[in-house]
Design a binder for this molecule. Structure first.
Ligand SMILES: NC(=O)c1ccc[n+]([C@@H]2O[C@H](COP(=O)([O-])OP(=O)(O)OC[C@H]3O[C@@H](n4cnc5c(N)ncnc54)[C@H](OP(=O)(O)O)[C@@H]3O)[C@@H](O)[C@H]2O)c1
Length: 186
């Protein structure tokens, strides 16, 4: 029972949990200063890499504090009409479009399940790693951008367990982006 190692209690029933994230070839999700300009590398036209379909399938997003702070600096709040939960042990409040949570992830998932949330998107590298470590990630969609950044904010943090995955689909795009969808084997 790997979950017990993390101190997390496994909720008996919980929403489906997906990570949907873009990375450089060398495994970074942002430049060191958080800049995301490179995500557009090679991009032309109006290809959305399945994003609209994905976002329409989720009921809520869980963002790490670092991702929340970057997104809050955008001209427009990008998650209109979606429930957004920000994880942080340091923030005291978040903008009105979001909710703040600090506590056990199992407790959060149970609460969301009881509120009829069926599918959650987890965003942020540290946050995705914490959910993985706790055994709560069902599906990972990783879009690899044809770019080597050399340094930056890593996709995953160090974790104390391994995760076997099953490749569900792989799709290549003219921009050079390769999208890999995995199921996390429990
Ligand atoms: N390429 C992409 O698709 C993509 C996607 C998302 C984000 N990004 C970029 O990645 C960067 C942010 O990622 P990141 O890995 O540095 O951080 P992150 O996962 O966004 O945020 C980490 C923070 O979230 C809080 N947190 C995480 N798990 C928690 C838990 N179980 N309980 C309480 N708080 C928890 C902590 O905040 P406190 O320290 O406040 O406690 C932690 O320091 C940004 O630059 C963002 O733009 C890129």
């Amino acid at each position: 029972m790997n979950n017990l190692k993390t101190g997390e209690n496994l909720p008996t029933s919980r929403p489906k949990v997906s990570v949907y994230i873009a990375t450089s070839i060398d495994g970074y999700i942002a430049r060191k200063d958080g800049n995301l300009d490179w995500l557009q590398y090679g991009h032309t036209g109006d290809e959305d890499y399945g994003f609209k379909k994905f976002i329409s399938s989720i009921d809520a997003l869980i963002l790490g504090r670092n991702t929340y702070q970057v997104v809050s600096g955008f001209n427009e709040w990008p998650y209109k009409e979606k429930r957004v939960i920000v994880l942080s042990n340091t923030l005291k409040e978040v903008r009105e479009e979001a909710e703040l949570f600090s506590g056990e992830l199992s407790e959060l998932l149970s609460k969301l399940h009881s509120e009829n949330i069926k599918h959650i998107w987890i965003d942020g590298g540290i946050t995705a790693s914490k959910f993985l470590e706790a055994g709560f990630v069902d599906e990972l969609t990783v879009s690899v951008i044809a770019m080597i950044l050399g340094s930056g904010i890593p996709l995953f943090s160090v974790m104390n367990r391994e995760h076997r995955c099953r490749l569900v689909t792989s799709q290549t795009y003219p921009s050079g982006l390769v999208q890999l969808k995995y199921e996390v084997i429990k």
